[in-house]
Write a protein that binds this ligand. Structure first.
Ligand SMILES: *[C@@H]1O[C@H](CO)[C@@H](O)[C@H](O)[C@H]1NC(C)=O
Length: 348
């Protein structure tokens, strides 16, 4: 019965996206339940994940920043699984949640919480927010296309992203937090600020971490006047972390035997290759753009049929080739290890 409203961005503006939270598990008295939808499991070679990915540790606080509880090492979750849940014992309303990575990287497309009771339910799309804040210019989380069906975007698989979490350096996003009620704010208080800068420039509503094993939450000052438990990373620290992240993740994916090839017009190879953004994952073909993003160096190659000279991508045999004698000495990536094209699109 519970209807939630999340903030979403379709195109360039923020719009409201209503969705039913009926499919979110209920919670018994004495515990809060978190739910996860996973994408891109097993990506990378050697795989970023073995059989699955490690669900993150979960820490909960209430609105007065009283620490309510933690569930550490909750186990692993398979790609696409909708049954991955984590319970944390508490009787209170956990409005802030911090998710921190374990060693086996995982890409989370959606997460939700049910307060004890069963109480209030909220949902959040970490990958979409990582991507949107990246586009906005204050990105701080590694993302990739997900093509996973998640609540609120059932009819828009091409607009679903996932956010990477990892503790042992494959990806440097080590955690993210969410202040759940702010993703329902339009219902509760339409007068509150609702633009992208509010969410991407302020840390308490949500943020992505690159510090080692984060354990505290960044929160709005409370009426009780408690001190901040956490010194937010400076912008420079954040930037350094993200640069390290980009270089490490690309190494990890350099020997991937897969290329993802997408027919979705909204899946842009150019966006994945944009050096100012923080995409991470396998190399990618966009048929809409007729181009190939080689992710290890974030280099974009046009399809050979579209150019007369220079380095280009031959889609028929997954090779980068050089056209024109003048360009013969151009350095091009060796894709001879690529064995498999993973096809995405409306029919896949
Ligand atoms: C791959 O295809 C392109 C374009 O058809 C061709 O020029 C190139 O020689 C091919 N490479 C290999 C290794 O077959």
């Amino acid at each position: 019965m519970a209807t939630g409203t999340i903030v979403s961005i379709i195109g360039t503006g923020i719009t409201l996206l209503g969705f039913l939270l009926d499919n979110v598990p209920n919670s018994d008295a004495g515990k809060a339940t978190l739910n996860f939808y996973i994408a891109n499991d097993g990506a990378g070679d050697p795989p970023l994940s073995d059989a699955g990915g490690d669900l993150p540790d979960v820490r909960l606080w209430d609105e007065t920043i009283e620490f309510l509880g933690i569930k550490a090492d909750p186990g692993s979750c398979e790609e696409g699984a909708v049954t991955c849940t984590v319970d944390v014992s508490t009787e209170e309303a956990p409005t802030y949640t911090l998710f921190t990575a374990n060693n086996d990287a995982i890409c989370i497309a959606w997460t939700s919480i049910t307060f004890p009771g069963p109480g209030q339910k909220y949902g959040w799309h970490p990958g979409n927010w990582a991507r949107w804040c990246d586009d906005y210019g204050n990105g701080a989380g590694a993302w990739y296309y997900a093509q996973t069906v998640v609540p609120g975007l059932e009819d828009a698989r091409d607009e679903v992203y996932c956010a990477w979490l990892d503790a042992d350096g494959d990806v440097e996003t080590t955690g993210f937090q969410v202040h759940w009620p702010e993703f329902n704010r339009f219902e509760e208080n339409p007068a509150e600020p609702n633009d992208i800068s509010y969410y991407c420039d302020n840390d308490p509503p949500m943020n992505f971490r690159t510090d080692q094993d984060p354990s505290s939450v960044i929160y709005w000052p409370t009426k009780k006047g408690k001190r901040d438990l956490f010194t937010p990373q400076s912008k420079a620290e954040k930037k350094r972390g993200l640069e390290r992240q980009a270089s490490r993740i690309s190494k990890r994916f350099a020997s991937s035997t897969d290329i993802v090839k997408s027919y979705w017009p909204k899946h842009s190879a150019a966006k994945l290759c944009d050096p100012n953004l923080h995409a991470a994952g396998k190399s990618f073909v966009s048929y809409e753009e007729k181009s190939f993003c080689y992710m290890p160096t974030k280099t974009l190659y046009p399809f050979c049929e579209t150019v007369d000279s220079g380095a280009c991508f031959a889609d028929g045999n997954n090779t980068v080739v050089v056209k024109g004698a003048a360009n013969a000495r151009m350095a091009i990536p060796d894709l001879s290890h690529v064995k498999n094209s993973v096809i995405w699109g409306p029919d896949a």
